[in-house]
Design a protein. Structure first.
Length: 166
């Protein structure tokens, strides 16, 4: 799967890694593996074609603010193991960009379009009671301005390029 992502700042990745330690038995993301998916672009076309199309769709899209403001979870994940504990994201600009991209790239059912929940995953699986306790914790909000997006090649697990906004 090829996707367009917000690069996660180091302080967000550090918070995610610290919080994941409180979820015994869970499969956490290692620092550098945290993502904030804007839109999955699919896997039907070659990556270069999807990337060129996305760059065209993103032309003149402005930078936007993002705020990490809490901890939440998907008790039953759409795909993969559950629960999925994550940092919740507030960003009208991110939602607007996601909707714009859904006009050009088909939304993935049950996770995109109206079902889109932007988040940074802390960990999957593990103890449900520990996950619920962690979700009750407050976190100091982290805000930043997104002025570029990255293309992620999930099959190879690496960033394949970046595109500037504005």
């Amino acid at each position: 799967m090829y996707s367009l992502n917000v690069p996660v700042p180091g302080r967000v990745a550090a918070l995610a890694a610290d919080l994941a330690r409180e979820l015994p038995g869970a499969h956490d993301r290692r620092r550098g593996e945290h993502t904030l998916v804007v839109k999955r672009l699919g896997d039907g076309d070659p990556p270069a074609v999807m990337e060129a199309r996305a760059r065209e769709v993103l032309a003149d899209r402005p930078p936007f603010a993002v705020r990490i403001d809490g901890i939440d979870m998907f008790e039953e994940a759409t795909n993969g193991s559950s629960p999925v504990v994550y940092l919740s994201v507030e960003s009208p600009g991110l939602f607007d960009l996601h909707e714009h991209l859904c006009e050009y790239f088909d939304p993935i059912p049950k996770i995109e379009g109206d079902d889109y929940t932007p988040h940074v995953t802390l960990a999957r699986d593990g103890d449900m009671a520990a996950a619920k306790r962690l979700c009750e914790r407050d976190v100091e909000p982290i805000e930043w301005v997104v002025d570029e997006l990255s293309f992620l090649d999930a099959e190879h697990g690496n960033e394949a390029g970046r595109v500037a906004l504005g």
